[in-house]
Design a protein around this ligand. Structure first.
Ligand SMILES: [Zn+2]
Length: 172
């Protein structure tokens, strides 16, 4: 199955669901301004819906873990995205321009996308992730540089301690 494109008309009419996943490096627009990424995957589910008025919607669920740079300590950290969004599918450019000021309750304002027989799923998913990035990424609590190395033993990237190196030298 081609996961890159979906037909929004078919998806909403039939109430179908598509899901997929892709390596985060594939999302070039997302990662271009971010630090080096871990080899994580982005996964998504897109479900079509048509209500009793004939309005079409896409329910988009995206999970990702992009690496961001903390603006306080400048170290990378993983930002977990687990986003649910509902988009209204409209039939024309003009329908995209509906004035949200006319909507009584601002919370009722809904994002709209243009219906397409070839909706670019990766671009849609990428937009959702970008919308869920913090404006100023920061650790909740920055990891202090003075913490002992033992604290990092869970990480694969821990450098060998000087004592381990010493042990190898002795063997020779
Ligand atoms: Zn930090």
């Amino acid at each position: 199955m081609d996961i890159q494109y979906v037909d929004t008309y078919e998806l909403t009419r039939a109430g179908q669901e598509v899901h997929g996943q892709a390596p985060i490096d594939l999302f070039e627009r997302l990662v271009e301004d971010l630090p080096d990424q871990e080899s994580t995957s982005v996964s998504w589910t897109i479900r079509g819906e048509m209500d009793s008025y004939g309005q079409r919607f896409l329910h988009v669920h995206v999970k990702a873990g992009p690496m961001l740079e903390c603006q306080r300590c400048l170290k990378p950290f993983e930002w977990l995205v687990d986003s649910h969004n509902r988009l209204q599918v409209v039939n024309s450019e003009a329908d995209l321009e509906v004035d949200d000021a006319l909507v009584a309750d601002p919370d009722e304002a809904i994002e709209r996308i243009l219906g397409s027989q070839r909706l670019d799923v990766l671009a849609l998913v990428e937009d959702e992730i970008i919308l869920n990035l913090p404006y100023v990424p920061k650790h909740d609590v920055c990891v202090s540089l003075s913490e002992p190395l033992e604290e990092e033993s869970g990480s694969d990237s821990v450098r060998p301690s000087p004592f381990a190196v010493l042990g190898q030298l002795k063997k020779d």
